[in-house]
Design a protein around this ligand. Structure first.
Ligand SMILES: NC(=O)c1ccc[n+]([C@@H]2O[C@H](COP(=O)([O-])OP(=O)(O)OC[C@H]3O[C@@H](n4cnc5c(N)ncnc54)[C@H](OP(=O)(O)O)[C@@H]3O)[C@@H](O)[C@H]2O)c1
Length: 256
């Protein structure tokens, strides 16, 4: 029987991966993430190379999309990398860290000759399995409540969390899966468009009304998802579905 080791099992993404694995009847081991990071984890995998067949790492579309020619080069695919100078210029430290982190993982994998597959989701939205929201759902909750005074001047891809979990399972199990794999619905949208879509459906919530003045995060672009679709992922769930599922979950948990 195959066993899966999922790090950060309490996180938004990993909790859905665990749920998807259990739904498929798999057992998994949960471990707390090693504070020494990717290298330590990959070192352990190297030592257990007889039993560890593959490592699946979650990166982010922020390691792909932040570059000066994003619009011209779109659709961006697995060959594209964010530009560290661009991230520095616009103080996009999350994208900077994700880009460096993913590159480091690839270099360690090459050094140790490990089978690494990297899933690259865009902004993940959908129901949360933990009692309290973290990461991306927390950002959405704040926007719906109008809690921060403004929304980030951000345009990006969005993806249903269940599609991300399904892509992670493909990355783990499909022998043909290799390299980087972008996972994002076909919709790239600005927060203003998301708010416009949601406000008439949820008129009781205030929603942020003011757009922030950040630069460099709203570049029009698109993401090529041919690779994950050819590996067998079912059609991506729509923008409306991912946000409705997330808001329903907030309501059910009394967060809204
Ligand atoms: N959510 C998104 O929209 C999105 C999109 C693309 C990529 N990603 C990537 O997917 C991964 C998981 O994201 P998520 O949204 O599921 O995150 P999340 O819900 O915020 O959870 C973060 C996880 O990372 C652990 N962690 C945080 N700081 C750590 C540290 N210094 N050392 C070790 N572990 C640490 C946390 O452990 P504790 O619970 O113990 O603190 C938790 O398990 C991240 O790499 C993120 O960049 C997320």
């Amino acid at each position: 029987m195959k066993e899966y080791l999922v790090t950060g099992g309490t996180s938004f993404i990993a909790s859905h991966v665990v749920k998807a694995l259990l739904d498929l009847g798999h057992f998994e081991k949960l471990v707390n993430p090693d504070t020494s990071g990717t290298r330590n984890l990959m070192n352990s995998c190297e030592k257990s190379r007889n039993t560890v067949k593959r490592i699946v790492l979650t990166s982010s579309s922020t390691s792909v999309r932040y570059c000066y020619d994003a619009t011209k080069s779109s659709p961006l695919n697995e060959s594209h990398w964010s530009d560290l100078d661009y991230c520095t210029r616009f103080k996009i430290w999350y994208g900077y860290a994700k880009t460096l982190g993913e590159k480091e993982a690839w270099s360690i994998a090459a050094e140790m000759n490990l089978d690494l597959v990297v899933v690259i989701p865009s902004f993940c939205i959908g129901p949360i399995l933990s009692p309290e929201p973290t990461s991306s759902p927390l950002i959405l909750l704040s926007i719906i409540k109008g809690a921060g005074g403004e929304y980030t001047n951000f345009r990006g891809g969005f993806v249903h969390i269940e599609d991300v979990a399904a892509a992670q399972i493909i990355a783990m199990e499909e022998p043909k899966a290799s390299g980087r794999i972008i996972c994002s619905s076909s919709s790239v949208a600005h927060w203003s468009e998301i708010i416009e879509m949601l406000r008439p459906k949820y008129p009781l919530y205030p929603f942020e009304t003011k757009c922030g003045s950040e630069e460099g995060r709203d570049m029009p672009h698109s993401l090529d998802t041919t690779k994950i679709r050819e590996l067998g992922l079912a059609p991506f769930k729509s923008l409306a579905k991912m946000f409705d599922d997330c808001i329903k979950c907030f309501q059910d948990k009394g967060l809204l």
